[in-house]
Design a protein around this ligand. Structure first.
Ligand SMILES: [Zn+2]
Length: 243
């Protein structure tokens, strides 16, 4: 145990030295504090930034929506799904709409494909270095995490449970270990009735405002009601291309 501890300390001393050497004069203080508190200190500034956002998915998710608000939707864009991967359209309505990922609206190198804002050094979202956009980057470090959050919210079940003080968002009972992440307004309903809502307000349906953790039995009941509802409607469980 103590040998392992010694090894870890040695690795961390090396990483700390590498990180300190590679650090520019200006670097986000909260990222640095986070990096030095890690069990394994990230040895490079970019890794420190990635590690910071990975540890703060809720913050990343909010930031990504905030940055997207600055961009707004491109003129002429509407939310569409499609099966041609070259067009960059999402294949299903389950994927969050992202105009700047689409071929016709992408802003090119140096701009984030999720939010449309410029990407700076280390994937940061503000130009702390006055160096202009990083032409090799197409993602903010924060937007990578936000994108993962929106596409796989179940991976953040523990974070969401904590935010709900471990109470089921529907029944108010204590959340069980088998509790599941749910979209309050299901995504098929978003596609069906909110399709024309402005972007990026639409993104909130994938983000924290529309996510809840509920106990499995409550979730099963909710899904049954939703399936019956869909059965009466146009979608009837089919993807939008099929309907
Ligand atoms: Zn972004």
């Amino acid at each position: 145990m103590s040998k392992w501890r010694d090894e870890l300390d040695a690795i961390n001393r090396k990483s700390q030295a590498r990180l300190s050497k590679a650090l520019p004069d200006i670097f986000p203080a909260n990222v640095l504090t986070h990096a030095f508190a890690r069990r394994f200190i990230p040895p490079m500034p970019r890794l420190a930034v990635d590690s910071y956002w990975r540890a703060h998915p809720v913050r990343a998710e909010r930031l990504a929506r905030g940055l997207a608000t600055k961009s707004g939707a491109p003129v002429g864009w509407t939310w569409r799904v499609g099966s041609n991967p070259k067009a960059g359209l999402p294949a299903t309505f389950r994927t969050p709409p992202a105009p700047y990922r689409e071929r016709g609206f992408a802003r090119g190198p140096g701009f984030c494909c999720v939010c449309g804002q410029p990407v700076y050094r280390f994937g940061w979202h503000a130009d702390l270095w006055d160096a202009g956009p990083n032409k090799n980057a197409m993602w903010h470090a924060a937007c990578v995490i936000a994108w993962q959050f929106w596409n796989a919210p179940s991976d953040q079940v523990n974070v969401l449970k904590r935010l709900q003080a471990r109470r089921c968002a529907q029944s108010g009972r204590r959340l069980l270990r088998t509790a599941e992440v749910d979209h309050r307004i299901p995504l098929f309903e978003v596609w069906r009735t909110h399709r024309a809502a402005p972007w990026p307000a639409l993104l909130a349906f994938w983000g924290l405002p529309n996510l809840q953790v509920i106990n499995r039995e409550v979730h099963v009941a909710k899904c049954a009601v939703e399936a019956a509802y869909r059965g009466n409607g146009a979608l009837a469980g089919k993807s939008p291309q099929q309907s």
